[in-house]
Design a protein around this ligand. Sequence first.
Ligand code: ADP
Ligand code: ZN
Length: 428
Amino acid sequence: MEGTYWDRVETIQRDGLKKLQLKRLNKTFERAKKSRFYRDRLPETINSLDALKDIPFTTKSDLRSSFPNGMLSVPQEEIIRLHSSSGTTGRATVIYHTRSDIDSWADLVARSMYMTGVRKSDVFQNMMGYGLFTGGLGLHYGSERLGALTIPASSGNSIRQIRLMKEFNSTVIHITPSYALHLYILFQEECIDPVSDLHLRIAFLGAEPYSEETRKRIESLYGLDAFNSYGLSEMNGPGVAFECPVKEGMHVWEDSYILEVVDPETGDLLSDGEEGEIVLTTLKREGMPVIRYRTGDIASVFPGECPCGRTHRRISRIKGRTDDMLIIKGVNLYPMQIEKILMDIPEVGNNYLIEIEKIDYLDSINIKVEVRPEIFHGDIIELENLKKRIVEDLKNEILIHPRITLVEPNSLPRSEGKAVRVVDNRSK
Ligand code: ADP
Ligand code: ZN
């Protein structure tokens, strides 16, 4: 009989896990101190995990200023791959991997996939971009390690994606939530019902924030189980935290990462249950260890044990990055709070865009919302009522009064990678 766990470490007792973490952390310090960046920033060893809080954070700007080799901890001939972020919001960053790093990463991804129920007999269509972005290759190697038939479809080319799903009976997909919603529109145009005409049973959704309502919508449109997948290139990529079948938070693989949550303003440690910024430390990385990395991602740790038996702590859905937070008329707001409301209204279509501008020196927010085709072309009074309902629901949640423009399905700009949800014209 097949086991429930991929690796015994998934259920290790917490005190054993902490001992393992301390041992690996000290080894990580030893390795990291070989790099220019960490040479003088780290002690030789620490005696307890509590002492980690006195070690300085590493930030995105540290990664940028040490570009390209300042954090490299091994001779370059030991490196077999690099991944680099696009640098859309500044200079690029680079992460280096040794053979053993790539190996450990594949193990974590295989473990994550197995946890959701993927097995050798599955056909896995990987619809994330292959290349410098980690979403494609990250899942690819994990899936091969697990032994599933892996289709390196990469992102985009929707008609081919649909064809591949049909021709090879794909059972598992990896896709951004925004693209999954968009793709469904094409299924409708092709007169294919993913629920009855395909064999999909599992989806991994990640790379961008999305709400529980969006997950539920994707599950029902495609007739599958969708699991949240979290990762970032600085920590490898996907495979840092993943949902188990309980679907209450994502287990962070604490044998490979130390998880901390800090107050984004002060950097002070927060307790389980408190919302703050996720800080991560690699525990197995050889090529380029990263210590106390400020991810910018806002979430909280679920207190208590998971009924699945895994002992690694779980984090909530990521609310957004610290820099996604909008301040509108003095009110703090994450785009996710808006998405949550929109996706809970059945008449609302699968895409939206938040536009912010200054009108007479005041912030003004206009949300363009795609509507389902039958509603858009239907009764005008119903459309007006829908608009009122959206305004009302949003006012209750975000406490400001947005303008709503209902637009035709499939009319808003979309990206095949991470969705752009907000256009802020205030600084222009
Ligand atoms: P970039 O920084 O260029 O976007 P990455 O591919 O490393 O490159 O992106 C990682 C980031 O993507 C995370 O820090 C987080 O903000 C976001 N992300 C990844 N997975 C999820 C997820 N499941 N939910 C919400 N956000 C996610
Ligand atoms: Zn669990």
